[in-house]
Design a protein around this ligand. Structure first.
Ligand code: PLP
Length: 385
């Protein structure tokens, strides 16, 4: 087999690899508690399903406009204006196959070989690989208690920097970045004329009164330099629909659309009708889901801190405890600990090293209250006795 250097440079997503193993164990009859889930465990809401079925029956099964259905782009522009305060028209929106593909397209469009992209760490597994696929170099910068460290970010900027990539609410830490820190990142972008890519895939999931803020909305002067990415996956329980979008300067949207037109063309046409229904449905449906996640966090966090040291998350659906006190003699590293928990306690968690943070575990509370209690009981028994 002969492979390109581009492919040799990247790794399989560790979260996807783990899911395969868990599915194998479950298929062979083992009851595994899935604290590794990266998606809401609820069904997609009924109005979304109905609209998708109706679209299918109405023959919405053909190619459609490359950057997205005009009605969906318009509805997204209204949504980001109303909910996130981002000034946008349909021409500022591009729809792709999940925000994963959006991010791929974005870095293909803004990154030249050898350019650097600053990524605060811990980070979502896909960020560095997407930068490498664009020929760029990821430059990791530590966070402080999961919040952005502005001094370190500024110190990492070089003439080769093309972008800073921020993700709030954060995967894997659940951190929600403060207004002051987001504003400061925007100022850095203006000063150095570099992009900020603001991944807001969990924009609708915050807890304990924390408010998600879109960096692009904080100052109109940021507009040419901020690319906001959001998704229908987590907020609307539509992971399998593969609908994500970006909000950016119109000229940039046009440039990214050129790539998109050759790469995949439009996102699945009838899935986009489901996305329109998501934006039109009773917001109470999403509120109920958020309340369910809040109750789960209220249960999971105290149970987690009985075993591990953990900063309380304010968004997404992950806990990211420090597990260093269990490492050393008993377990070599977080990979070994995660393997032990899977094999001995039948609880699937994701090692922090997958997210550039060795000595941590990512624990998803996207599962029932019963499973949350059972999972932490098993972890406690396996580790503390
Ligand atoms: N960004 C973050 C931070 C994520 O955690 C994920 C998925 O896990 C994505 C983007 C991509 O989601 P999707 O491609 O389903 O929109």
């Amino acid at each position: 087999m002969k492979l390109s250097q581009r492919i040799l440079n990247i790794e399989e997503s560790k979260t996807t690899g783990l899911m395969d193993l868990v599915q194998q164990m479950q298929a062979s009859g083992t009851e595994v508690i899935s604290f590794n889930a990266g998606e809401p465990d609820f069904n997609s809401p009924e109005p979304i399903l109905q609209a998708t079925i109706e679209a299918l029956k109405a023959g919405k099964t053909k190619y459609s406009a490359v950057p997205g259905l005009p009605a969906l782009r318009k509805a997204i522009a209204e949504k980001v204006q109303k909910e996130n305060g981002i000034a946008a028209e349909a021409a500022n929106i591009l729809i792709a196959n999940g925000s994963k593909q959006i991010l791929y397209n974005v870095f293909q469009a803004i990154c030249n070989p050898g350019d650097e992209v600053i990524i605060p760490s811990p980070y979502w597994v896909t960020f560095p690989e997407i930068v490498k696929l664009a020929g760029g170099t990821p430059v990791f910068v530590d966070t402080q208690d999961h919040q952005l460290d502005l001094e370190k970010i500024e110190a990492a900027i070089t003439p080769k920097t093309c972008a800073i990539l921020v993700n709030s609410p954060n995967n894997p830490t659940g951190a929600v970045f403060s207004e002051a820190s987001l504003r400061a990142v925007g100022q850095l972008a203006l000063k150095h004329e570099i992009y900020v890519v603001s991944d807001e895939a969990y924009a609708g999931l915050t807890y304990d009164g924390a408010k998600h803020l879109s960096l692009a909305a904080l100052d109109p002067a940021f507009a040419p330099w901020v690319i906001t990415t959001q998704s229908f996956s987590k907020d609307y329980c539509m992971t399998g629909f593969r609908v994500g979008f970006l909000v950016a300067d119109k000229a940039l949207v046009k440039a990214i659309n050129n790539l998109h037109s050759h790469l995949t063309g439009n996102v699945c046409t009838f899935a986009q009708f489901g996305a329109i229904a998501a934006l039109e449905m009773d917001p109470q449906i999403m509120l109920q889901m958020q309340e369910t996640f809040q109750r789960r966090l209220d249960i999971a966090y105290p149970l987690c801190t009985e075993i591990f040291d953990c900063v309380k998350p304010q968004g997404a659906f992950y806990l990211f405890p420090n597990v260093e006190k269990y490492l050393g003699e008993r377990f070599a590293d977080d990979d070994a600990l995660a393997e032990y928990l899977l094999k001995e306690a039948h609880v699937a968690v994701v090692p922090g090293s997958s997210f550039g943070a060795p000595g941590h575990l990512r624990i998803s509370f996207s599962t029932s209250e019963e499973n949350i209690r059972k999972g932490f009981e098993r972890i406690k028994k396996a580790l503390v006795g």
